[in-house]
Design a binder for this molecule. Structure first.
Ligand SMILES: [Zn+2]
Length: 368
């Protein structure tokens, strides 16, 4: 019986999920045991964060999983060492693959959190292309096509797309008018606090929107304007069929998605197809779901299941068949693939998708 461990590392917390039995997508539901835990960072030190993370994994009984995947928002060097994460600078210098291998005895798959989320969202929908926008402590983005394995999903620095260059609002990157300065979770809550006259929690904002309070709807105005413009620009640049909005803010505030869809339609040129703007299907768990799927792909092909084994059923081979669902059809090799934190041709693994050719595997981590 196989087991996978998925970790979604965030700016204020981490979510850990252990899946035992079958696989995340092809195993019979009755055979699967899923356990999940969320831990909040406490003292601001990397040592404290890592201790909490390890305790959470241990609490799930994830001693020696067969595969581990980690969704991470910071920047890694070619060896997987954290080089930059403005949200939690104390993580700089941590050898993430080495540490996780020491903990779990298996080489981890480490990918950009937005890329894993885009992978999961595309996997769950029958659409040719999808752009994921994750609204959390920062704003992440990634572009995926149907059938792309996770390492071909292209993350980007969507939060640092400038939407108002002359605006007074300064992003934490130092520039003015970045999307993140309007649409991050903390920024929207700050706007809500200003409108309401006292602190507002995410659940209070959601409740205020449901109740039709003016302050709550007004609190979304800057984010809606910035996101609507961004989605309109995405339609011109990449023409994604779907824009999925996730992260804590995207998942917890459905009214935001509705308004962004309308604002993007208003901004588009006449006749330009509008992306279908939707809440992320996996909500705030999209990155974690993608990590589970990515880890599952690295498991050896079950020899007793020829219907889903590409080695014995070429029609399901993602390389030659329709392969709408790479994770469901199993990995293409019986050997564990190299970690996507393996050395890449460039030292800083950053690249952008050209919208035409399949991008080189881009396991990047973008600074947010
Ligand atoms: Zn910025």
């Amino acid at each position: 019986m196989s087991s996978v461990l998925a970790i979604d590392v965030g700016g204020t917390k981490a979510a850990v999920r252990a899946v035992t039995g079958g696989t995340a997508t092809s195993g019979a539901a009755a055979e699967r045991i899923v356990a999940e835990r969320t831990v909040r960072w406490e003292d601001g030190t990397a040592a404290g964060d890592l201790r909490r993370l390890r305790e959470a994994a241990a609490g799930l009984g994830a001693g020696r999983p067969d595969a581990v995947a980690v969704a991470f928002p910071g920047t890694l060097d070619a060896a997987g060492v954290v080089t930059r994460w403005p949200t939690r600078p104390s993580w700089r210098g941590i050898d993430l693959p080495g540490l996780l291998r020491e903990w779990f005895g298996v080489r981890p798959l480490i990918g950009d959190d937005a890329a894993f989320a885009a992978y999961a969202e595309t996997h769950a929908r029958d659409v040719p292309t999808l752009f994921y926008l994750g609204l959390g402590t920062g704003v992440g983005g990634a572009y995926a096509r149907r059938g792309d394995p996770p390492e071909r999903v292209t993350p980007c620095e969507a939060g640092h797309v400038v939407v108002r260059p002359d605006a007074p609002e300064r992003c934490d990157c130092g520039r003015h008018g970045c999307l993140q300065a309007y649409a991050s979770g903390p920024r929207v809550l700050a706007e809500a606090r200003w409108r309401r006259g006292r602190p507002v929690t995410p659940s209070e904002l959601a409740a205020g929107l449901r109740a039709g309070h003016r302050w709550a709807h007004a609190a979304l105005d800057p984010a809606v304007a910035a996101l609507g413009l961004t989605v309109a620009d995405l339609a011109e640049l990449l023409a994604p069929a779907v824009v999925a909005i996730g992260g804590g803010l995207g998942a917890g505030v459905p009214a935001l998605t509705d308004r962004v869809r309308a604002e993007a339609a208003r901004r588009l040129r006449a006749g330009t197809p509008a992306p279908d703007v939707r809440p992320a299907r996996f909500g705030a768990r999209a990155s974690l779901e993608g990590a589970v799927l990515a880890a599952t792909r690295t498991l050896p092909v079950p020899a007793t299941n020829p219907a889903t084994n590409p080695a014995t059923n070429p029609a399901t081979d993602p390389a030659t068949g329709p392969a709408a669902d790479p994770a469901a059809t199993g990995p293409t090799s019986t050997t564990r693939p190299a970690s996507i934190t393996e050395p890449a041709p460039t030292t800083e693994r950053k690249q952008r998708h050209d919208g035409r050719q399949p991008a080189r595997p881009a396991p990047l981590a973008v600074p947010r």
